[in-house]
Design a protein around this ligand. Structure first.
Ligand code: NAD
Length: 499
């Protein structure tokens, strides 16, 4: 039995009229399980029209009442975490425990958004001049859109819409066409939570839908997460039409391993960070920089048996630790990178290319791969692979390791493993990367801090969620007021001054 998804417009499932659609696959088996419509411009316009119509009355709802809707949504997501995780696993492939974890991280942003009355509180200054007060307030932007990637079909949308809606905006989400069903499930929960029709809409599609959103004059801002070329495209095209854009892109996250690191703890951390979710995480560690050859050798020795024990299998099997990749096309791409690495002269210590799972021969599986002696000129070092491939690079000293991290085009996350507080402090201060871990391999900031990389990992000025999220989804207004008191100063043409 296959299913056909609808859009979610104006609080209801809306069948698409589009003649274009995509297939949805179960990556664990390679079976075609559903169809997703690819919206034409007219359908995007319909969703934006619903969001525009809903906006004035939603913006007028007091923040404390908006927070109640978000709070109810939080309870519903909690009650349905298992179901959401199953949907994520079915279409994305990641193992269930990992899917549950990702829903939970999304929920943290929902919890943060429940505090919106305090978060929107402005500043007030009495007597900025005689009889004059000044105050500032943050107001919603209007209709905003979110465009999201395949690798976190629940969490990344939840980074965006709960906060945007809590701030008083209305929202149009365009989720990844590879695993689109979670978005509809979340839309349904928003409706059950009391979200008025038109406040949260989902349109499915490809480039046509995305371009229609970018060019739509009634969209005030776009929050994007995906690969760097598309992030740059969305930023450039969106800002050219005057929109506010935050576009988070790809990554190549380095972990620097110092000679004094606790090697057993470090290799545990690296195995989780490199192979969790089959490496399809923007904060996955894909490069380990060993400082000194001795560290490199010892690291491989410590990593190898741990990696060999990883159980690869379908995401809904409780014994599986690593699931398949998302599509056949992505599997081919990742295997191609491993071939490349071998051709370029890197040493393939563990080769997962020929993994064959009995009963799942058509699934998109690759076992964990480990490369040693990777160098910065190699394609497998320069480009994001987005699969279970860890590259060990050897640096003669700390300064060379830091230089390497700083020179890479991406700047999402990084980590240092050391017992030396001075080295850790120097690293945190001087590394040209947005999110830094000290003995923490995946330093994803919690919801009340903000998530975002530097360099070509983020285009725009605001990071995601936390205070930065509030700033992104609101505009600041400052009001200076005086009430007639009977005191008259007469006409004065000079520039207003404090005196
Ligand atoms: P992607 O860029 O292919 O797709 C992201 C979104 O853009 C999807 O909704 C897709 O439909 C749309 N899109 C794709 N091609 C388009 C085009 N030509 N024109 C307009 N829209 C287009 O990314 P993906 O493969 O879904 O996700 C993986 C990527 O996302 C990786 O590079 C990963 O690092 C990145 N990512 C980054 C973060 C972060 O926070 N920085 C988080 C998660 C994922």
């Amino acid at each position: 039995m296959t299913y056909t998804l609808s859009h979610w417009i104006n609080g209801t499932e809306t069948l698409s009229n589009s003649k274009r659609s995509g297939d949805i696959y179960n990556p664990a088996t390679g079976e075609k399980i559903g169809k997703v419509p690819f919206a034409e411009q007219s359908e995007v316009n319909e969703a934006v029209a619903a969001a525009s119509k809903a906006w004035p009355s939603w913006a007028a709802v007091p923040p404390a009442r908006r927070a109640r809707v978000i709070f109810k949504f939080k309870e519903l997501v909690e009650a349905n975490t298992g179901k959401i995780a199953e949907l994520v696993t079915q279409e994305h492939g990641k193992v269930l425990s990992d899917a549950v974890g990702s829903v939970t991280r999304g929920l943290e942003v929902v919890e943060f958004a429940c505090g919106i009355p305090s978060l929107l509180k402005g500043d007030f200054t009495e007597e900025v001049g005689t009889g004059i007060d000044s105050f500032s307030t943050r107001q919603p932007l209007g209709v905003v859109a979110g465009i999201t990637p395949f690798n976190f079909p629940a969490m990344v949308p939840m980074w965006m819409f709960p906060l945007a809606i809590a701030c008083g905006n209305t929202f149009v989400l365009k989720p990844s066409e590879k695993d689109p069903s979670t978005a509809n499930f979340l839309a349904n929960l928003m409706k059950q939570a009391g979200c008025p029709d038109g406040v949260f809409n989902v349109v499915h599609g490809d480039k046509v839908a995305v371009d229609s959103l970018i060019d739509h004059p009634e969209i005030a801002a776009i929050s994007f997460v995906g690969s760097t070329p598309i992030a740059e495209y969305i930023y450039t095209r969106g800002t050219s039409t005057g929109k506010r854009i935050q576009a988070l892109g790809g990554a190549k996250n380095h972990a620097v391993i110092m000679p004094d690191a606790d090697l057993d703890m470090t290799s545990d951390a690296l195995v989780g960070a490199a192979y969790g979710s089959a490496g399809e995480r923007c904060m996955a560690v894909s490069v380990a920089v060993a400082v000194g050859d001795k560290v490199g050798d010892a690291l491989i020795e410590s990593l190898k048996p741990k990696i060999e024990q990883i159980k690869v299998g379908p995401g809904n099997d409780e014994d599986s630790e690593m699931g398949p990749l998302v599509t056949a096309e992505h599997l081919k791409k990742v295997k191609g990178y491993v071939d490349n690495g071998v051709d370029e002269g890197a040493k393939l210590v563990l080769d997962g290319r020929n993994l064959n799972l009995q009963g799942y021969e058509n699934g998109y599986y690759i076992g964990p791969c480990l490369f040693d002696r990777v160098t910065p000129e190699m394609k497998i070092y320069k480009e994001e692979i987005f699969g279970p491939v860890l590259s060990i690079v050897r640096a003669p000293d700390y300064d060379t390791a830091v230089k390497m991290v700083n020179q890479h085009e991406f700047g999402n996350g990084t980590a240092i493993f050391t017992r030396d507080g001075d080295a850790a402090r120097d690293f945190a201060n001087n590394i040209n990367i947005g999110m830094v871990g000290v003995n923490v391999p995946i330093p994803v900031p919690v919801a009340y801090h903000s998530f975002g990389g530097w360099k070509r990992s983020l285009f725009g000025d605001h990071h995601m969620h936390g205070e930065e999220g509030i700033r992104f989804f609101t505009k600041l207004k400052t009001i200076t007021s005086r009430w007639p008191t009977g005191i008259r100063s007469g006409v004065d043409l000079s520039f207003p001054m404090m005196s």
